[in-house]
Design a protein around this ligand. Structure first.
Ligand code: ME8
Length: 518
């Protein structure tokens, strides 16, 4: 298939505020979306996967001031840290966007102008509560006055301040019915379903028009024709998804190919922005809506919320250093049900490394390949006739692609991985029951032939599982495929079995057990 015939898939992450270093919650979002992007690429899609940073707004401005640096330099320096972390985490992004990029200014202005042309923007006075930490407006009812006199957002517990200024407003209220119709006719637009239900109730309760410009600070995209206003940071931030697809050049190849986006991956604190404001902006501007917003949960350290004051904020790079990149990637995607909150702890990570990776996967490969080296001269053995047990196992392995596809299309990454490990479990039981080492000892030609068949079947399962697990642990799955002599590694290649006689490298341990340092 030539590149132009391939189906396209445009997937994005949220763009992080570079007001500090990335934390494990950010790493989780990138690793999970990376697995989804890699899966689609291996499955033959022309994927465009974008991540980046959200450099404007009061939150970043305040952080820059506190650091005594100009906003642009401060944001850029911290964005570099995010980009470096992405590289270290093997995040296969096609673009790392920064909202200070030139093409993004152009796209933001164009979106604004389209909404204005549709008569959805007007000037009025805003008086209400604003949380800089959330970069969000709250009504009085959404806030709580604490005993010490500070007022906070009831939901997010962040401090709010009274804001009164002349702002441009977006006619969000006009879109209430259209949004409800969207959720009704496209139930897949918001996932998981619990998130969808929350949003439906929120919109049903009534939408107020949204303030979309600020005059009291200037770190943002200037409003076209009114440079005394900068756009509300969320207007410019959400537009990044369009910028990535080449907007406002709607005739461009990129836009034609990749818009509308197939999947926005975001965390649960920003679902309202993505499933209420964002589709309303796009409806107003006459632009097609993204297909789906998948909301992942929050990550907690041993069940506790990470916070600088509690002192339990973990640098993702420290976890990579301690456990290894693929162990961390595997742990996060296998242990946590994608879409729900999850917790991590040293014990849980070590459990996954030693049981799932070292025992069930690595050790099986190691035992099997050692016997191939010793008894078959280090080449893929020629299988004899398959028994019922062999056939059942091979059939199961050959059915995995379809299962995985179904799960990954619903972003059920953990369920897909569970399927692979159930098959590995079955293969370990098969290997023990067939006991090829006893045949090696007996050593008659029939015994050796049967031993070769068992090893071949085991290698076939390892080949298929390793091809399918590449999106999650690309480096180590690649090493196992090297050891199996497999060079064709796309999902389409699953249908082509191992070729007997293929020479194999010397086996080596790919997943060592985690040993506590003395
Ligand atoms: O919200 N666990 O940026 P951000 C899991 N700039 N995910 C978490 C998390 C945690 N503990 N904490 C945060 C913003 N996240 C905006 C986005 S998009 C147009 C603009 C997730 O740096 C969070 O839910 O605060 C979001 O998806 C992402 O990290 C960036 O958060």
């Amino acid at each position: 298939m030539s590149a132009s015939d391939r189906p396209t898939f445009y997937i994005t992450t949220a763009i992080a505020y570079p007001n500090g270093a990335p934390h494990i919650g950010h790493a989780y979002e990138y690793i999970s979306s990376d697995a989804l992007a890699r899966f689609k690429r291996l499955d033959g899609f022309d994927v465009f996967y974008m991540t980046g940073t959200d450099e404007h707004g009061q939150k970043v401005q305040q952080a820059a001031r506190a650091a005594g640096e100009p906003e642009r330099e401060y944001a850029s320096r911290n964005s570099d840290v995010f980009e470096r972390m992405d590289k270290a985490l093997d995040i296969s992004y096609d673009r790392f966007i920064r909202t200070t990029d030139d093409d993004h200014q152009v796209a933001s202005v164009a979106l604004w102008e389209r909404m204005a042309a549709n008569d959805d923007i007007y000037l009025d006075t805003y008086a209400g509560w604003y949380s800089v930490r959330d970069e969000a407006f709250y009504t009085e009812e959404e806030t709580t006055l604490l005993e010490d006199g500070t007022r906070i957002s009831t939901e997010t517990k962040t401090p709010v301040e009274w804001t009164e200024e002349s702002n441009y407003f977006f006619r969000l209220s006009k879109y209430q019915d259209k949004l409800l119709e969207l959720y009704e006719t496209h139930p897949e637009f918001i996932a998981p379903a619990t998130r969808r239900n929350e949003i439906v109730s929120y919109v049903k309760a009534g939408l107020k028009d949204l303030s979309i410009s600020r005059t009291t600070f200037d770190w943002g995209v200037p409003v076209p024709g009114h440079p005394d206003h900068v756009m509300y940071v969320w207007v410019d931030a959400l537009t990044n998804y369009l910028t990535g697809a080449g907007f406002p050049h709607t005739d461009s190849e990129a836009f034609q190919k990749y818009w509308p986006a197939n999947l926005h991956i975001i965390g649960k604190d920003i679902s309202r922005f993505h499933t209420v404001y964002w589709p309303a902006f796009l409806m107003s501007a006459g632009i097609a809506l993204p297909e789906r917003v998948f909301v992942h949960g929050f990550l907690f350290n041993k069940g506790e919320k990470m916070s600088k004051s509690v002192g339990n904020v973990v640098d993702p790079m420290d976890l990579v250093e301690t456990y290894g990149l693929d162990s961390l990637r595997f742990f996060l995607l296998r242990e946590i049900s994608y879409g729900q909150d999850g917790s991590y702890s040293h014990e849980a990570i070590v459990g996954r490394i030693n049981t799932d990776l070292a025992n069930e996967y690595g050790n099986l490969a190691q035992r099997c390949l050692k016997m191939v080296g010793r008894d078959f001269g280090g080449v893929v053995p020629t299988p004899g006739e398959f028994t019922e047990d062999d056939k059942a196992l091979l059939e199961r392995a050959n059915g995995l692609l379809e299962r995985m596809r179904a799960e990954f299309d619903q972003q059920q990454i953990h369920v897909g991985l569970e399927q692979l490990w159930l098959t590995l479990g079955e293969t370990n039981r098969y290997f023990s029951a067939q006991a090829p080492w006893t045949l090696a000892k007996a050593g008659t030609p029939q015994d050796t032939a049967r031993e070769g068949t068992i090893l071949y079947v085991t290698m076939e399962v390892l080949r298929i599982v390793s091809i399918l697990v590449q999106p999650v642990i690309p480096g180590s799955a690649g090493k196992i495929l090297d050891l199996l002599g497999v060079t064709d590694r796309t999902f389409a290649d699953i249908a082509t079995p191992l070729h007997p006689g293929t020479p194999l490298p010397e086996p080596e341990v790919v997943f060592p057990k985690y040993v506590e340092p003395k």
